[in-house]
Design a protein around this ligand. Sequence first.
Ligand code: ZN
Length: 274
Amino acid sequence: MRKAIITVAPTGEGATKRDNPALPTTPSEIADSVYESWQAGAAIAHLHMRDADDKPTMATDRFVETVARVRERCDIVINLTTAGDIHAGDDIRLAHLQAIRPEMASFDAGSMNWAYQEVFVNSPAFLARLAKTVRDLDIKPEIEIFDTGMIDNARHYIKTTPLRQPVHFQFVLGCPGGMPATIENLIYLTRQIPEGSTWSAFGIGRHHIPIMAAALLLGGDVRVGFEDNIYYAKGQLATSNAQLVERAARLAREFGREVATPGDVRADFGLRRA
Ligand code: ZN
């Protein structure tokens, strides 16, 4: 089986320091957390930003500062969110890609009702712009799938933009309003993507462990971190993102998978070095 790529998603937009005091939110805290996660075996960092009040922001200067701090410390592959603030307009969701030209960026392949409260908007117009931006800047999209129909949207942009193939999918399971986090659903999704695609998966919250174990056994990649889950076990808060990465790396090895380095990811994905 191919080496297992571990992505760390250290911050996200949902959790607060009140939920878990170890959540990194400032550029220097995020860079420290990414560095520790890289030491523990993470090859990709999926980054979100917070403003001075720890609220989600897509402000380009926060991304610029944080990415510079991470790059000073380690060679982890940088994957920037394009959906770090549910209220942000299309322009600001793309501005940091132009400024930084990261090696990877998230591509949420459709809209959904988010946690029964808000609409997570990824309009056809936005997705067409995002697809063109990542193609023109040679940024590898990580196509996030929250529900089956989003794979059809992804196929549309792969064909029409076109996006360079094979593409990499990230299956997000167990989001309220999205596809439930069952192993049956994970297996189903892996059979719907274009042949030759690579994929990763994670379950939200308590679904984290079963989906991680299943993904590793099925030959996929995994994502861990406070964006998806702030607990190490039931009722026990994780002490750091690195603690979650360490367990993922340990499980991968127990299941006979070597853990990919950033260099492996660059070769496997054919990334342009930023
Ligand atoms: Zn994210």
